[in-house]
Write a protein that binds this ligand. Structure first.
Ligand SMILES: [Zn+2]
Length: 507
């Protein structure tokens, strides 16, 4: 007698094979049989007309501290996501030392986790609504040994290597970097290679938010590939894009670089989100040197007209290449202020856009923006490529937000796959399941077959979608009908069943 049978759905294996009508039997948290006439079950759910897929795996999430929020937050389960990779863009919740400044408050929360294992233990004590696998972040490692200083003191790199090794020993599944953010932006390539070599000892992945996604994109790609090539480890290029009007069309170059690297033997993959706008802190628009020494120094510089002008000259210098912030890739009308809902161009009040930006950052150094800098053709070209999976780059599901937090996977499957036919359904499902699970070493998830963990998403391909907008992002998606976590129904008939049934997936 099986625990559960999903009856007569269109079953996709997650590897890109065509769907076939079959029953799926689950027992003891695993898939035990797929076919017809599978015998009796304690429970049978009729899923005729629905797609039965492996639970989706999100390669790029910032849900690190969601387990510590009060209440239940099933915003990912509602999208069909059963596993999230967190610790991305160089920011993980551990390790934290007395040198660590308040980098990203929601990720390095008021809870300090000196060791990576402490973070894992705290998540396990709190419980998690979905599965989490965790990367250790380069920004976090660097902040732990050198605060916001640009230069590493003697012995600091060796300390970072030791902390990284402790994180991998504790169960981190890879290393991440966020080289458009401080203090990671202060690092040279050799520092990244040194840490990637530590990750290589456990055969892990290096996921990078590159040093530039705009005019410095080609150099940044070369650096990402060089790190993977020199350290001989897998590379995940995070949230691929060609950002800013000057580089629209450069997605062709980006994909050519990845394909050539792959052909040379670098195990490179990438991810993309289905939106033409990115979202991050406004401070990322400034040259990284603005933040050197910490927040008080940042506020002092922005309050000094001479320093402000110097920063502006640097931010607008076309010859600087990478490492001067994102200001050159945005126009004031591209910048949507999350807390106000308005564009930067609408709040100038007689000021230069640069001055309005600096004033906003002085009011709230962690203020967030949505930046409308991408072209649909680039998004689609990147999304179609077989090396590219789909990830969300979601933030915490509270407060000002980008719609990707609540809708990435339904938008991809509804808008891009059903309505626009960007890729066929079997390939679309591969992009949100096995393509990511394999990259992050999750061997028994991301595919649907006998022996796999029964993380399953059942959705209606005719309905799936998300009506959230940049103005009103926090809208529940539609079309995800049932979600199983290791066989336990956490979404039934579109409703969250309650509780925290996810697991921390240690390496
Ligand atoms: Zn990022």
């Amino acid at each position: 007698m099986h625990d559960l049978i999903l009856r007569a759905g269109t079953v996709h294996d997650g590897f890109g094979s065509a769907g076939r009508t079959a029953d799926v039997a689950v027992s003891g948290g695993r898939i035990v049989a797929i076919g017809r006439e599978l015998g009796a079950a304690a429970r049978v759910i009729d899923v005729d007309g629905l797609v039965v897929a492996p639970g989706f795996v999100d390669p790029h999430s910032h849900s690190d501290t969601v387990p510590f929020l009060a209440g239940e937050h099933p915003f990912k389960l509602r999208q069909g996501v059963t596993t999230e990779i967190v610790g991305n863009c160089g920011f993980s919740s551990a390790p934290v030392t007395e040198l660590t400044p308040p980098l990203v408050p929601e990720i390095l929360s008021d809870r300090a986790f000196p060791a990576f294992g402490d973070y894992f233990d705290a998540v396990e004590r709190a419980g998690t609504t979905g599965n989490l696998a965790v990367l250790v972040g380069h920004n976090t490692l660097r902040a732990a040994v050198a605060g916001m200083d640009a230069a590493l003191p003697p012995g600091a790199l060796a300390r970072m290597e030791r902390l990284a090794a402790e994180a991998f020993e504790a169960g981190a599944v890879g290393l991440s970097s966020g080289l458009e953010y401080v203090p990671g932006a202060y690092a040279g390539t050799e520092e990244l290679v040194a840490l990637a070599r530590v990750a290589r000892r456990w055969n892990l992945v290096y996921a990078t938010h590159m040093r530039s996604e705009s005019e410095g994109l080609a150099d940044a790609l070369d650096e990402a590939v060089a790190v993977a090539e020199q350290a001989r480890l897998r590379l995940q290029v995070s949230h691929c894009k060609a950002s800013g009007r000057a580089v629209h069309g450069d997605s062709e170059m980006l994909l050519a670089v990845l394909t050539e690297a792959r052909a040379r033997g670098v195990d490179v993959r990438a991810d993309v989100y289905p939106y033409q706008a990115f979202g991050t802190e406004l401070v990322a628009l400034l040259p990284p040197m603005a933040c050197e020494g910490g927040q008080d120094e940042l506020l002092r510089r922005l309050g000094d007209p001479g320093e402000r002008a110097k920063l502006r000259a640097l931010a607008e210098d076309p010859d600087q290449g990478t490492g001067v912030g994102l200001w050159r890739e945005v126009h004031p009308e591209d910048v949507q202020l999350m807390s106000l809902g308005k564009r930067l161009s609408e709040v100038l009040d007689g000021r230069e856009p640069w001055d309005a930006l600096c004033d906003l950052i002085m009011d709230d150094p962690h203020g967030m923006g949505v930046f409308h800098t991408m072209h649909d053709d680039d998004v689609i070209r990147i999304m179609r490529h077989p090396l590219v999976s789909v990830g969300s780059d979601s933030g915490l599901p509270v407060g000002p937000n980008h719609p990707r937090t609540f809708g990435t996977f339904p938008v991809f499957l509804g808008n891009y796959v059903r309505e626009r036919g960007v890729v066929p359904m079997p390939e679309a499902i591969r992009k949100v399941t096995s393509a990511t699970a394999a990259q992050f070493g999750l061997a028994d998830r991301g595919w649907l077959g006998t022996g796999a963990v029964a993380d399953v998403c059942v959705f209606d391909p005719e309905v799936i979608g998300h009506a959230g907008t940049y103005e009103v992002p926090d809208v529940a998606p539609v079309g995800v009908r049932h979600v199983l976590l290791a066989g336990h129904p956490v979404i039934e008939d579109g409703e969250f069943t309650g509780g925290r049934h996810g697991r921390v997936l240690r390496r």
